[in-house]
Write a protein that binds this ligand. Structure first.
Ligand code: NPW
Ligand code: ADP
Length: 648
């Protein structure tokens, strides 16, 4: 499990330590951690540090400070290091340490003509030549800053130190930093791109948790140029520098994962104290690379997580497995309403996945043709043409392949109104959104849209006056966490938003031990939750567990994310497979409120619906790579599900 937090949450945690004057110690621990990863990347490429070259892109704040200190440490280790300063300021102590270690300092200018000072034009190669020629150890070692017992530099500490950046801000003092930056050798975008390209390692220390918006100006141009070249050269099979990001990839929002401008996609990111939300949700996650969280001493002061990342090992550990006393009923019966004459395959794929995920029993409701096809593939499925209120199940799955078929659509509607928990997928999503006009759904109803389907849900909600405007698919893709939360808040349902990273948002306030960092405004007029207002006759079902759970309030949101799925999942039918898996785990947790407690206290009570959704998405992701990286047609995926769960 990775607990991810916002930048603001991290700042709150560090504040008491900054007040005690420990800012420099924090930065040094961060820089040491960053250095370790950089060294590992360099050694992986060259075997040794000597003779390797690194370029550090340095921003104006403390993220740049971390980068400069790491550059100094790398230099002392024998790496030729060039710093490219991207702002008009740079962290004072970091810059001094870097210089004293023998690092070469350049500053990025818009172009050579506009740049000033020596080397503004025609001398762009100067820094690179200096760096390449810098002898390891030159200016390093004894010339470095003194450190205290914790490894913190005493050099430069005191007034205006790291801890004062939000009050006095050493990076902004008028005397040395601005002058030091101005004195650095200018390098234009093309020259800097050459520097980067010639390096073995690029360290991205432009912006961290203090960023607002994406990269701007020359550094944005530089990153764009570098990424274009990386794309071209990757296709040509040429070498490329490794990229390590300091804290978070510059231009990715630590709080939301949004990346409004160009970003330098990292091979690895080293973050400090806690993962940030932007590491575990799209699109930020896709730029992050391998994530390392380095302890810097703020860990005991951290507040609650904004997003819990459910990892694959969590899925395998928490997946509900039968015990000797279990029966098929205690494990959970899943009712399925899926398929229509034009999409018969969906019924086959979701029932097959549910069976392979270990459902106690799968009951399929549909016409004779659909039943025959389901039975051909999965003879263990119990099939009938009953209506949902006629059968006794622990949970429902409704919607896959339900298009243009009135009798299946009527069953879908009955499932939406039923008291039991349900996965509402594909053809059930519009009907679920429409039903919100009458009553909120409750967190035991799990909506499973992709971005396009969520956009349609917002159209319905907008049509009912429940939100101010519709939301385009591209807006959702740019900030999926936000829109999943909004959808959960407005519908009252658990929302699983599909994509390269799956995010899950659930309007849960009652899960023990859970206090979400995120608090959205409550809707102006609270409307009744369907789970309280009734629906199906409770007597028709013994599945009352969800009704016993405390009703959720709309002002808190449990947020989870799941990654690691193969992009080969982007194929028609893999959503049907996911839906079947989700149904199986929902049917199990329906009457086992604490079944997923192993994930954390937040996964109990009402939190179990989101937890179950995360488990299902995690198993789906595991199945996508069960036999390596390659095509996984949904029928293979369903088989893989069973393989993943089978212990040798
Ligand atoms: N938390 C901890 O415990 C520890 C934190 N540590 C480190 O501190 C980092 C946070 O440092 P930070 O607060 O100085 O912010 P940071 O990200 O360097 O940038 C702020 C500067 O950038 C500027 N700027 C903003 N947006 C911009 C844009 N779009 N484009 C261009 N410029 C932009 C903005 O200037 P402004 O625009 O406001 O004039 C401001 O000067 C954190 O990520 C971690 O690496 C470690 O040392 C270990 C301990
Ligand atoms: N690029 C990707 N990387 C990883 N997983 C993906 C990617 N694209 C789609 N997926 C996953 O594949 C599934 C596709 O679901 P969906 O779009 O509903 O497909 P369908 O409706 O055709 O069955 C989802 O679980 C989604 O998260």
């Amino acid at each position: 499990m990775i607990d991810a937090r916002s930048g603001e949450s991290i700042r709150r945690a560090e504040q008491p330590l900054l007040d005690e004057g420990q800012g420099d110690a924090l930065m040094h621990r961060a820089a040491r951690g960053l250095t370790r990863e950089c060294e590992a990347q360099l050694r992986a490429g060259s075997g040794a540090l000597g003779g390797t070259r690194a370029v550090v892109l340095v921003g104006p704040g403390n993220n740049g400070g971390d980068g400069l200190w790491a550059g100094a440490f790398l230099r002392r280790g024998g790496v030729a290091v060039v710093a490219v300063l991207t702002g008009s300021r740079a962290h004072e102590a970091g810059l001094e340490a870097f210089r004293r270690a023998g690092g070469v300092v350049t500053r990025l200018v818009e172009d050579a003509v506009r740049g000033h000072g020596p080397g503004a034009a025609g001398e762009q190669g100067g820094a690179a030549r200096d760096a390449a020629g810098a002898s390891p150890g030159n200016g390093a070692g004894s010339d470095g800053p003194a450190t205290d017992g914790t490894g913190a530099a005493t050099h430069g500490a005191g007034a205006g130190g790291h801890g004062s950046r939000r009050t006095g801000d050493r990076t902004a003092t008028a005397d040395s930093p601005a002058e030091a930056v101005a004195a650095a050798e200018p390098v234009d975008v093309a020259g800097a791109a050459e520097l980067l390209w010639a390096a073995d390692l690029v360290v991205d220390a432009v912006l961290g948790t203090g960023a607002s918006g994406g990269l701007r100006g020359p550094v944005a141009d530089l990153v764009r140029e570098f990424e274009e070249r990386r794309g071209r050269d990757a296709r040509a099979g040429q070498r490329r520098p490794r990229v390590v990001a300091c804290d978070i990839v510059s231009g990715v929002s630590a709080d939301t994962g949004q990346s409004p401008g160009p970003v330098l996609t990292a091979d690895a990111t080293v973050t400090f104290g806690s993962a940030k939300t932007g590491h575990v949700v799209s699109p930020g996650e896709q730029a992050t690379g391998a994530l390392t969280v380095v302890s810097i001493g703020i860990e005991d002061l951290l507040g609650p997580a904004a997003v819990h990342r459910v990892e694959h090992r969590d899925v395998l550990e928490a997946w509900p497995r039968p015990t000797a006393t279990d029966t098929k009923y205690s494990r959970g019966v899943l009712g399925v309403v899926a398929g229509a004459p034009s999409y018969p395959g969906a019924a086959i794929m979701c029932t097959q996945a549910a069976v392979n995920a270990g459902a106690g029993m799968v009951r399929f409701l549909g016409d004779a043709a659909a039943r025959a096809m389901v039975l051909t593939r999965s003879p263990e499925v119990v099939c009938s043409d009953d209506q949902p209120w006629d059968v006794h199940v622990q949970a429902w799955l409704a919607g896959p392949g339900v298009v243009g078929d009135e009798s299946q659509a009527a069953r879908v509607q009955a499932v939406i109104e039923a008291a039991e928990p349900a996965v509402l997928d594909a053809g059930a999503l519009d009907a679920a959104a429409r039903s919100v006009a009458d009553a909120r759904l409750g967190p035991h109803k799990v909506l499973t849209p992709h971005a396009g389907e969520l956009s349609q849900i917002f159209d319905w909600l907008h049509g009912f006056g429940l939100c101010e405007a519709g939301v385009e698919r591209t807006e959702i893709e740019a900030n999926p966490l936000h829109w999943a939360r909004e959808a959960a808040r407005l519908t009252g349902a658990t929302v699983l938003l599909k994509g390269a990273t799956t995010v899950i948002a659930s309007p849960v306030a009652s899960a023990p031990g859970h206090r979400a960092e995120y608090a959205a405004a409550a809707p102006s007029e609270p409307r009744p939750d369907r789970e309280q207002g009734g629906g199906a006759d409770p007597a028709a079902s013994s599945s009352t567990a969800h009704r016993e759970a405390s009703p959720s309030t709309p002002d808190e949101c449990l947020c989870l994310s799941v990654g690691g799925a193969s992009a080969w999942l982007a194929t028609a039918g893999s959503g049907d497979t996911l839906a079947g898996i989700l149904g199986t785990v929902l049917a199990h947790v329906a009457e086992h409120l604490d079944a997923l407690a192993g994930l954390g206290p937040w996964a109990c009570g009402d939190g179990r619906w989101a937890a179950a959704a995360a488990l299902g998405a995690g198993l789906h992701a595991l199945a996508s790579r069960a036999h390596g990286e390659g095509p996984v047609p949904p029928s293979v995926l369903a088989e893989n599900v069973r393989a993943v769960l089978t212990r040798p």
